[in-house]
Design a protein around this ligand. Structure first.
Ligand code: ADP
Length: 451
């Protein structure tokens, strides 16, 4: 009906900012590539948003690694301790997950590392590892400037963490000190890696073409294998192997304003109310920590404009920040017929009453646009890396709940990357398992093998 058409046109005006052309994604790619070069070069690194940290990882696993390792995983909502046994291609993992309470995430560094130490001590007692000094790989998924494989200074907190007194400190040292405070326990930290690196290593264990890793979870980050001669910030030796795994920390892309031409009013509002305004702007358009909230802001706006949920109760949870979870986006988009079963369940959970099928359709449409933009931005990033590597065949290791559970993320990325890479370059997106456990242990194992 004409009324409906008019309504759709009005809705479109509020969401059109999420629809970007191929031309725009290509523009983003060239800006990103430029910023990557800035990050890699000595004279421009200090002012680059993307830090392109050398990880000190220069070799990928070859399947001959062997041994028993402890691994730690800190970087999202949970902290995990793992016992990883590697014997060639066989990997056995036992792990335990420990919650990090909000008060610890926003407390002091001492509290955080004491908490971590307590968890490690508990784990080693439960697994009869007391007195055994195992090599340890620490997946610490925040931007760090590495000074060695097992020496990493935190450059800033992201993803909801903000512990006092840790920025600028060596993570490995803080861990040792906490373990000493808490018990006489000693560990040999062989490697500190981030989750993107772990994800890549884990997949590379079975696939020699794997040279890119990406995380699409709470946050968004990527790493890739760069020629050492392109790494201007490298001050170490240039012996064989003449390559270096680079942790891009591309989540910070756009912090200098270069993405403002694509950011919407909703992106700006989300950023203003975050604990790190002006920071991690690319990440905030992609990652799981933020996607649901962007959807919520749009739905809130459409409701206020009278285009959605007529007569809604103003006390309802749709109007509460953070209340529209990113997993809802996956659920809503999994509806494939006019019954909108999942969508209705989500709206019920939010306490929205008297919604119509039309409303469900609009909610789904909004989710679709915002998740597609996220998948396409991630694709633009990956296509930039694939073009840089310029190899006939590349495997990209992916991990993170957003990629795992969103019903269309993989397909959207597959299509978009294909559209954006130089013709003739083949690529494969593969789900990587146990990046933060197996991957971290493998980094340690490779380092020990090469010692
Ligand atoms: P992390 O990145 O912290 O290691 P995950 O990969 O599990 O952990 O990512 C957690 C993020 O994934 C959260 O921000 C959450 O909103 C999002 N998430 C969880 N479940 C889903 C889902 N079903 N669909 C999309 N996103 C999800």
């Amino acid at each position: 009906t004409p009324d409906q058409l008019q309504k759709y046109e009005k809705i479109e005006a509020f969401v059109k900012g999420f629809k970007l052309s191929s031309h725009t994604y290509k523009k983003i790619m060239s800006l990103l590539n430029e910023e990557m070069n800035n990050g890699l070069h000595k004279h421009t690194n200090h002012s680059a948003d993307i830090k392109m940290f050398p990880t000190f990882v220069r070799s990928l696993p070859d399947g001959t690694e062997k041994g028993q390792f402890l691994a730690l995983d800190l970087g999202g909502t949970n902290f995990r301790v793992l016992l990883v046994k590697i014997d060639g291609r066989d990997v056995d993992i036992q792990s335990r997950t420990y919650l990090i309470p909000q008060r610890v995430m926003l407390g002091t560094g001492t509290q955080l590392f004491d908490h971590i130490a307590d968890c490690i001590i508990k784990f080693t007692q439960q697994h009869n590892l007391r007195g055994i000094k195992l090599p340890l790989g620490f997946t610490f998924s925040f931007p760090c400037k590495q000074e060695d494989l097992n020496q990493a200074r935190l450059s800033k907190w992201t993803k909801g963490f903000r512990c006092e007194g840790v920025v600028g400190e060596d993570i490995c040292k803080l861990l040792h000190e906490a373990l000493k405070r808490k018990s006489n326990m000693d560990v040999e930290v062989v490697a500190i890696v981030n989750d993107a690196v772990g994800t890549l290593m884990s997949a590379a264990h079975n696939d020699r073409d794997c040279e890119i890793g990406i995380i699409l979870g709470t946050g968004c980050n990527a790493c890739y294998m760069e020629n050492l001669k392109n790494v201007g910030v490298w001050e170490g030796e240039y012996d064989h192997p003449d390559q270096m795994l680079i942790n891009t920390e591309w989540g910070a892309f756009g912090d200098n304003g270069c993405l403002d031409f694509v950011r919407t009013e909703y992106d700006r509002e989300l950023d203003n109310f975050s604990i790190n305004p002006g920071k991690q702007l690319m990440e905030k358009m992609i990652a799981g920590m933020y996607m649901g909230e962007i959807v919520r802001l749009v739905l809130e706006r459409l409701t206020m404009e009278g285009l959605l949920f007529q007569g809604i109760d103003r006390e309802c949870e749709l109007f509460v920040r953070g209340r529209f979870y990113t997993k809802y986006v996956s659920e809503v988009e999994s509806d494939h017929d006019e019954f909108f079963r999942n969508t209705k369940q989500v709206l019920d959970e939010l306490g929205i009453q008297n919604y119509t099928s039309e409303d469900c359709k609009v909610v789904k449409y909004v989710c679709t646009l915002i998740s597609a933009r996220a998948a396409f931005l991630a694709s633009a990033g990956l296509a930039t890396l694939i073009n840089r590597l310029n190899k006939p065949s590349i495997t990209i290791a992916v991990d993170g709940s957003l990629y795992r559970f969103h019903p269309r993320f993989h397909n959207l990325m597959q299509l978009k990357i294909h559209e954006l890479v130089r013709p003739g370059l083949r690529f494969k997106l593969t789900l990587s398992h146990d990046g933060s456990g197996k991957g971290a242990a493998l980094v340690a194992a490779v380092a020990l093998r090469l010692r």
